[in-house]
Design a protein around this ligand. Structure first.
Ligand code: 5GP
Ligand code: ZN
Length: 119
């Protein structure tokens, strides 16, 4: 299925739910996270509905590559190229995935710890 009627990110892509859009092309959509964890925190999603990394198929390789390239280009446009930024895709409960439409988090503008475990 290319879109899911009960998916919040499909609704953001279609415009049914408003977002602070940064960029879109035929394959991907990028927008600011509603609850940022740093000065810069945006998401890059595929326009087709893919639930998680566990659902990737060979035909998704191009869009996954596009997500990384767009995330990197936006991060550099926002001035993070030199200072740095983190790219994260959470999968399922242990990683804290809450929206089941793949999304690349791009986070920057503050130092971050590693490894990234919470309390
Ligand atoms: P996850 O925990 O699944 O890796 O990340 C989901 C992210 O989506 C969270 O950082 C959350 O703040 C963000 N998010 C959830 N709902 C919305 C929304 O309606 N609009 C925007 N812009 N971000 C959202
Ligand atoms: Zn979706």
């Amino acid at each position: 299925m290319s879109t899911s009627s009960d998916c919040i990110f499909c609704k953001i892509i279609s415009g049914a739910i408003p977002s602070r859009k940064i960029f879109e092309d035929g394959q991907v959509f990028a927008f600011h996270d509603i609850s940022p964890v740093a000065n810069v925190h945006f998401l890059v999603v595929p326009k087709i509905h893919i639930q998680s990394l566990n659902h990737l198929k060979p035909e998704h390789e191009a869009v996954m590559g596009r997500m990384l390239r767009v995330g990197s280009a936006i991060a550099q446009d926002l001035g993070l190229g030199e200072s740095g930024y983190r790219t994260v895709i959470n999968t399922n409960a242990d990683a804290g995935q809450t929206v089941f439409h793949i999304h690349l988090h791009v986070i920057g503008g503050r130092p971050m710890g590693w490894p990234p475990f919470g309390k």
